[in-house]
Design a protein around this ligand. Structure first.
Ligand code: ZN
Length: 247
């Protein structure tokens, strides 16, 4: 109970403190599609849809979940990871065990990151994990500076568009999750990105006709991809977006 409370407070503080601020100057808006964990359908149908629309995605992976069944989906395979990587999608970092950052001290977090890095290096030696996403979207005010030394960015699940002064170590991301958003909601985020010249990031998990409570249908994803095309917004990985904003 107490530690759950501490975790919540730490997550809240992390939003406001130890920021790595970056001013996003007036820029053409852009969008990133990110998938966490990740289910095999994100690497299958999800990647196919992205590629058909000229985009690439960022996959925040936890080594312990690769190739394994879980409650809602089957984890993607080593072969799928290699295919994504070679096709120009970004392989990025979660914790290896998928433990949340609030539960890890500095040494434990360092072990998680190193284990994850070596896991993906062993699948393909050219995979570098440059960007991080907080498991469960929960940041920690204590781990944030540690992660900042290790990764170019860290993404949470605080919705909204990244615009103006953005925090590279707590990037905002909005759900591409059928349980949480509909087509009109997706359009509102795109309109906000156009109005602010900002960087819109979506997060999701599975992409299938009967998604888990954390995933989306191909229909909703197609809607988002077409919304980007209508507004001439490039669909870029997180690594590519950071390059474009000079971060
Ligand atoms: Zn996750």
């Amino acid at each position: 109970m107490w530690s759950a409370l501490q975790g919540r407070v730490s997550n809240r503080l992390a939003r406001h403190f130890r920021a790595v601020p970056h001013r996003l100057t007036a820029h053409a808006p852009m969008v990133s599609f990110t998938f966490d964990d990740a289910p095999d359908s994100a690497a299958g149908e999800g990647a196919e849809l992205l590629e058909r629309h000229g985009g690439r995605g960022t996959y925040y992976l936890a080594g312990s979940l690769i190739g394994r069944p879980s409650k809602h989906w089957h984890g993607l395979s080593d072969d799928a990871i290699v295919r994504l990587h070679r096709a120009g999608h970004e392989i990025a970092c979660h914790t290896f065990s998928h433990q949340g950052s609030a539960a890890l001290d500095e040494a434990a977090m360092a072990r998680e990151i190193e284990r994850n890095r070596s896991h993906f290096r062993s699948i393909d030696a050219s995979i570098r994990l440059e960007n991080f996403a907080y498991p469960y979207g929960i940041a920690s005010v204590w781990r944030k500076p540690q992660l900042a030394k290790t990764f170019r960015s860290a993404r949470g699940i605080l919705p909204g568009v990244n615009s103006g002064i953005i925090d590279l170590q707590f990037l905002r991301a909005s759900p591409l999750v059928d349980c949480e958003i509909d087509e009109a909601g997706v359009d509102r985020y795109f309109d906000a990105a156009v109005a602010s010249g900002g960087w819109l990031i979506f997060y999701g998990h599975d992409v299938t006709d009967r998604p888990s409570p954390y995933g989306c249908t191909p229909h909703l994803m197609r809607h988002a991809l077409e919304a980007a095309a209508k507004r001439n917004m490039p669909i870029v990985t997180v690594a590519e977006a950071l390059r474009r904003i000079g971060a």
